[in-house]
Write a protein of this length. Structure first.
Length: 119
C-alpha cells in the first residue's frame, strides 16, 4: 500500500512519528476511524462481534450514523464513551468512563510492535 503523507490534510500536526502517521493512514484505508482510540475501539468491538450493536446504539442515541460522525473526533470520542456506557455499564459506569480509559493508551511505536510480535 502506498500513502502520500505529505499531502494528507491534517496528518502532519504536532510531533507525530512516521510510524503513527502510517498507522493512522492504514487504519483509515481499512475503514476505521482516523483517531487511534476510536479505531482501537472499532477493532475491539468488531473482534467481539459487537460493532453493529455499537453502531445501532449510536444511531439510537444521536440520530446519526457512526461512520459519518466518527471523523469529528472532538465530539465522537465523548459520544463513543456514552455509547459504551449504555452497552456495558458494568465496565463503563459513567458516560465518560471509556473516554477516560482511552486517554491512557500506549503510544504507537515500532518497538511496541516488535515486543508484541515476539510475545
Amino acid at each position: 500500500m502506498i500513502f502520500d503523507v505529505s499531502t494528507d490534510r491534517g496528518i502532519r500536526t504536532g510531533n507525530q512519528t512516521i510510524t503513527e502517521i502510517m498507522y493512522r493512514l492504514f487504519l483509515q484505508n481499512l475503514g476505521y476511524a482516523r483517531d487511534l482510540d476510536l479505531s482501537e475501539l472499532e477493532i475491539t468491538l468488531e473482534a467481539a462481534g459487537r460493532l453493529d450493536a455499537f453502531k445501532m446504539k449510536f444511531c439510537e442515541l444521536f440520530q446519526k450514523e457512526w461512520d459519518s460522525e466518527k471523523g469529528k473526533i472532538a465530539i465522537a470520542v465523548q459520544q463513543a464513551s456514552r455509547v459504551m456506557h449504555e452497552l456495558d455499564s458494568a465496565t463503563y459506569p459513567t458516560a465518560d468512563s471509556w473516554r477516560e480509559s482511552a486517554m491512557q493508551r500506549a503510544d504507537i511505536s515500532p518497538a511496541a510492535w516488535r515486543g508484541a510480535a515476539s510475545s
